[in-house]
Design a protein around this ligand. Structure first.
Ligand code: FES
Length: 101
C-alpha cells in the first residue's frame, strides 16, 4: 500500500484510494486548514510536495487559478483538496495563507 508522509507532523498515513490528500489527512486526524471545505476556493489547504509529484496528476484549471493567487508559490505547492495521489507522496503542510487577490 502506498503511503503519505507528512514530514512536519511526523506522520505516515496509508493512501486512501479515491480520496484527496486533504481527506486522507482528515481521516487520520492530521489537521490542515480547509476554509472552503475542499471546494478549490480558499487555498488554505496548500501543501508542499517534497517527493512523489509524479504520483499526483497535474493541477486542473480551477486549482491553477487558486494557486496563482496564493502568496506562497512554487512548482511543488499544491492544494491538498484537489490532489488524488496514486502512489507514495512526501509533503510538508505549508503555512496556510488565504488568497489576497
Ligand atoms: S480547502 Fe479550500 S482550496 Fe482546498
Amino acid at each position: 500500500m502506498s503511503v503519505i508522509t507528512i514530514v512536519d507532523r511526523k506522520a505516515t498515513l496509508n493512501l486512501q484510494p479515491g480520496h484527496t490528500l486533504m481527506e486522507t489527512m482528515d481521516m487520520a486526524g492530521v489537521n490542515i486548514m480547509h476554509a472552503c471545505g475542499g471546494n478549490c476556493i480558499c487555498g488554505t489547504c496548500n501543501v508542499e510536495i517534497l517527493e512523489g509529484m509524479e504520483n499526483i496528476p497535474p493541477p486542473a484549471e480551477a486549482e491553477r487559478m487558486v494557486l496563482s493567487k496564493l502568496k506562497r508559490k512554487g512548482p511543488n505547492i499544491r492544494l491538498s483538496c484537489q490532489c488524488f495521489p496514486t502512489g507514495d507522496v512526501k509533503l510538508s503542510i505549508a503555512l496556510t495563507q488565504p488568497i489576497t487577490a
